[in-house]
Design a protein around this ligand. Structure first.
Ligand SMILES: [Mg+2]
Length: 174
């Protein structure tokens, strides 16, 4: 990846922060409001290892998205972390989130070696007891399954664009 590409990517994350923050600030308060964040390539950049031991790997943060997560907490939303990482990676997740002082209310790992698209069904279950107002992640399955709130698809691999949707049908570039 060249420097221009990396700078563009950071610009996109900052635009996402500004866009979502403005949206949240104008959103009327609702009971049981909750937001769902993915971990890998959402809160942290898995291309940047900063510490590695025999059972824990820590990565650098994606600062604008970490800031956004903290902003959600500040605005009183329940922060739910939903990751396709398997359970054995739990210690790495806890330590990585702590390292960047990311507060959350609930965290869910992948219980079984199954398709990461388990997140779609999982989010629908979470929506039974929470008013999900935002889902954010770098994979389409991070936002799929919820049809009446803000979904943010972050850059992934060579696709440096971010998109928003309110219905998982129409997508707009941020
Ligand atoms: Mg991810």
């Amino acid at each position: 990846m060249n420097r221009l590409f990396l700078n563009k990517k950071l610009d996109v994350y900052n635009r996402v922060y500004n866009y979502v923050n403005m949206y949240l600030e104008n959103l009327p308060k609702i009971a049981n409001g909750a937001v769902i964040f993915d971990i890998d390539d959402t809160l942290i950049d898995i291309s940047k290892v900063i510490r590695k031991s025999h059972n824990v790997v820590l990565f650098d943060q994606i600062e604008p998205i970490v800031r956004l997560c903290k902003r959600c907490k500040e605005l009183g939303y329940k922060v739910i972390i939903l990751t396709a990482r398997y359970k054995y990676a739990m210690m790495s997740s806890f330590q990585n989130l702590n390292l960047f002082h990311i507060e959350y209310d609930e965290i869910y790992h992948n219980e079984k070696e199954e398709d990461p698209r388990f997140k779609i069904q999982f989010k629908q279950n979470l929506a039974n007891t929470n008013n999900i107002i935002l889902c954010i992640g770098d994979q389409w399955h991070d936002i799929q399954g919820i049809y009446n709130s803000l979904g943010i698809k972050l850059p992934c691999g060579q696709n440096k664009n971010a998109y928003f949707t309110f219905n998982n049908v129409n997508f707009y570039e941020i």
